[in-house]
Ligand binder design. Structure first.
Ligand code: SF4
Length: 311
């Protein structure tokens, strides 16, 4: 028997694999796409250089082939994944940079062909709250009448002093305002948070997740900070290395965070994907299975589950 109600494989947290199998009745996979956007904290609208931890790939984990046009990127990705899972369905994941940083008419030309594509079961769109005006929110919401649309918001932290250090370019008050509007739509909101930023304490990281959990998004992605080559933080690290969380500290932080996330909120990630060539530190992040098994093992030892500290 499973210890946790949102699991059928003995996990103690609500995985996206569990949530999506329930919803779509099949395995789903994501095909990462690069639509050629930039970000307002890169092109000068609210800053230059981008977030300090982000490199020139945009969000640090995009693995797609940018020499192909979008539909070719998608078709190629589907072909590769369906070799592993022939019956699985694809989520077209607009992953690199800020995928709503354009006028709504341009966004329609981009997203309309994908929402009607027969091989696409849902769209997933990564963006920032300062690039979601009312006309864009209304348009994206209209797409949900056709298929599911996941909207991924890169928040990382609720703490404004960290956000300033990160060069994120907007404050938490704006995030809350836009999130409130999004809650009145059918968009499935996923919030990204980051552990291990060098100016933050573990208590602050836990506070971020506690607060985001109470907003009750559809899902949360928790990342460990990856210090990457070609990022501002990477340059700082080369000049003067700073302390990063150890594997044990990361596991302890994540399992405490999970306890504060309501059980119905899906957990889409507990480690980051990263580019092998670009990673400087931490090296332990390379062993994703060790990280995930460590989380499972410790939660079982302590007999705790996601949400068991929620009021
Ligand atoms: S908003 Fe995202 S893609 Fe843009 S600089 Fe920040 S982390 Fe990178």
């Amino acid at each position: 028997m499973n210890t946790f109600i949102y699991s059928n494989d003995n996990k103690r947290y609500h995985t996206f694999n569990y949530a999506s199998r329930k919803r779509y009745n099949t395995k789903v996979f994501k095909v990462g796409l690069n639509a050629g956007f930039t970000c307002p904290n890169r092109d000068g609208k609210c800053g230059y250089g981008g977030c300090t931890f982000c490199n020139d790939i945009g969000s640090g984990d995009f693995q797609g082939n940018t020499t192909l046009n979008l539909m070719d990127q998608f078709n190629k990705g589907v072909k590769i994944q369906q070799q592993k899972w022939p019956d699985a369905k694809a989520i077209a994941y607009f992953q690199a940079f800020t995928n709503t940083y354009a006028p709504v008419e341009e966004l329609k030309q981009l997203y309309d062909p994908f929402i009607h594509h027969p091989d696409v079961i849902a769209l997933s769109i990564a963006t920032r709250v300062d690039c979601l005006d009312d006309s864009i929110i209304d348009y994206l919401d209209s797409l949900t009448k056709i298929k599911d649309v996941y909207l991924e918001l890169g928040l990382q932290t609720i703490h404004d002093e960290t956000a300033k250090h990160m060069n994120r370019g907007y404050d938490y008050a704006l995030f809350k305002d836009v999130f409130k509007k999004l809650k009145n739509t059918n968009l499935m909101i996923i919030v990204h948070v980051m552990n291990g930023y060098p100016t933050e304490t573990v208590e602050q990281m836990i506070e971020t997740v506690k607060e985001v959990g109470q907003l009750r998004p559809y899902g949360i992605k928790i990342h460990m900070l990856n210090v990457l080559k070609n990022s501002n933080l990477g340059l700082q690290y080369y000049k003067k290395p700073f302390k990063l969380l150890s594997l044990e500290e990361y596991i302890d932080c994540v399992i405490t965070q999970l306890r504060y996330i309501p059980q119905e909120v899906s957990i889409l990630r507990l480690t980051g994907d990263y580019s092998h060539e670009d990673l400087i530190e931490p090296q332990w992040i390379k062993n994703k299975i060790m990280v995930l098994n460590g989380i499972d093992k410790k939660m079982a030892e302590l007999n705790i589950t996601q949400g068991d500290l929620c009021e």
